[in-house]
Design a protein around this ligand. Structure first.
Ligand code: PHE
Length: 453
């Protein structure tokens, strides 16, 4: 891996292949890996879910990520500019994709604030206060003051890195945070596996339960993968536009996939066995939603020897994962503003901060002062989450596949991959983008609209 500096255009870019991979992996590795993946794996048959997920990663995920990074590097533009330069009739697709990070960033930072609060509690030795029946958590989010403060701190941390720029901010921070994250997750993983009873949990996690396999397993794995790889929201297009021409695209995508999947797998290795030990083998303790991370896990840490240290390490880990993801969200929006409106990075960043604070307050208040206000029966945060993940993102990915598969033709991306080496999985790529991915996206869209998984 060459570390030499050949940063492109004046808009800046990643200075090394490793920097790009770690920044993109930083975006991919987030709350989805640590919070959602373990729960889904436990629910959908353990090993069989892992297997399905792995197969989808190297086929479906690979094709979509290669497409986005390829589009970004080839056009050198932010998401709106990129889509309209491929085909001007597809400009609305760029706007739709751009709207996704605008919607996600504020509420992602609200949840990031919750994580910071728990990290602070564990660091200051108050982690045990968070254990119990869940009243600590409901008290915390039920009063707007503290969630607002932690939300603002999380936004400020994100903005600080983005303001420093792609190579001096994002790349530098990712090169430190991602290795630390990896070491932490391995360390906690090893420790939890030494707990008495953990091996039963491990077996439950990795042993395929074929009777739990159904089409739902595949749909759940597909939806998770899609979210986990930060696809269909312009992030990978933006990061691709900062990637050096001399770095191998296909190899980089493979590395990002490995990193993302390894972290998800290791998170499961921590969460499934430790919750198993704590609950005496009751798998239903692995329920989804905020309660797993903010109620069940503090109880698990409280019950284990050295739980204060493990809990601290765990919430530092989650904070790092969430921060590198929110950085990628903010960078995507900032890149659009600087390119579209000719505004410089720092003022553009301040605009994004202002808007995110305003919109994010809806999510904060949705759990406290305005908890009776709902949109179509959803609280603000859940509504933003539903619309972006279940509706907008599958549409963006579907139309992108149609654009690249049939209008611009897959050669558009293939040529970009081949700029510096052979495209080993070209045939797979072509079949995926033209036929399989669009069908998968339709299935995700359909299932999230009409089926409750
Ligand atoms: N990929 C991130 C995860 O796994 C989620 C994410 C979504 C990050 C949207 C950024 C933007 O948690």
């Amino acid at each position: 891996m060459s570390e030499e500096k050949t940063v492109t255009a004046e808009k800046g870019g990643f200075g090394s292949r490793l920097g790009f991979i770690l920044a993109a992996a930083g975006s991919a590795v987030g709350l989805g890996n640590i919070w959602r993946f373990p729960y889904l794996a436990a629910k959908y048959g353990g090993g069989i879910f892992l297997l399905v997920y792995l197969i989808l990663t190297v086929t479906f995920g690979f094709a979509l990520m290669t497409t986005e990074i390829g589009i970004g590097r080839k056009t050198g533009k932010s998401v709106i500019g990129a889509y309209s330069s491929i085909n001007k009739h597809f400009a609305p697709l760029g706007w739709l994709a751009a709207a996704v990070p605008v919607i996600i960033l504020p509420y992602y930072c609200v949840i990031g604030g919750w994580v910071l609060k728990y990290m602070t509690a564990f660091i200051t030795g108050n982690g045990t206060a968070a254990a119990g029946d869940g009243s600590y958590f409901s008290n915390f989010i039920g009063h707007a003051a503290q969630p607002t403060i932690f939300f603002c701190i999380f936004v400020a941390l994100t903005a600080l890195v983005v303001m420093l720029g792609v190579d001096k901010g994002i790349e530098r921070v990712s090169k430190v945070m991602m290795p630390v994250l990896f070491v932490l997750i391995i360390g906690i993983g090893i420790y939890t596996l030494t707990l008495p009873g953990a091996i039963d949990g491990l077996i439950y996690y990795v042993k395929p339960d074929f009777s739990a396999f159904s089409i739902k397993t595949v749909i759940a794995a597909m939806g998770q993968l899609f979210y986990s790889m930060s696809l269909a929201m312009g992030i990978m297009i933006t990061y691709g536009s900062y990637m050096r021409k001399e770095d191998h695209l296909e190899g980089s995508v493979r590395n990002i996939e490995i990193f993302d999947t390894a972290v998800a797998f290791l998170a499961g290795l921590i969460i499934v066995p430790s919750v198993f030990v704590f609950s005496g083998g009751d798998a239903s303790a692995l329920n989804a939603g905020p309660s797993l991370m903010f109620i069940t896990l503090p109880n698990v840490f409280e019950s284990m020897v050295g739980g204060q240290i493990v809990g601290t390490a765990f919430f530092v880990l989650v904070s790092l994962a969430a921060l590198t993801s929110s950085i990628s969200l903010m960078e995507t929006v900032v890149s659009i503003i600087t390119e579209k409106f000719g505004i410089k990075r720092i003022p553009a960043c301040l605009i994004v901060v202002g808007v995110s604070l305003l919109v994010g307050m809806l999510s904060v208040l949705g759990y406290s002062n305005w908890s009776e206000v709902t949109i179509f029966g959803y609280q603000f945060l859940d509504f933003f989450d539903f619309v972006s993940n279940n509706i907008m993102m599958p549409i963006v990915a579907l139309v992108t596949c149609v654009l690249i598969g049939f209008i611009a033709k897959t050669k558009f991306v293939e040529d970009e991959v081949e700029v510096n080496g052979p495209f080993k999985s070209k045939v797979l790529y072509r079949v995926m983008v033209k036929y399989i991915c669009p069908i998968c996206m339709l299935v995700i869209l359909f299932s999230s609209l009409f089926m409750k998984l």
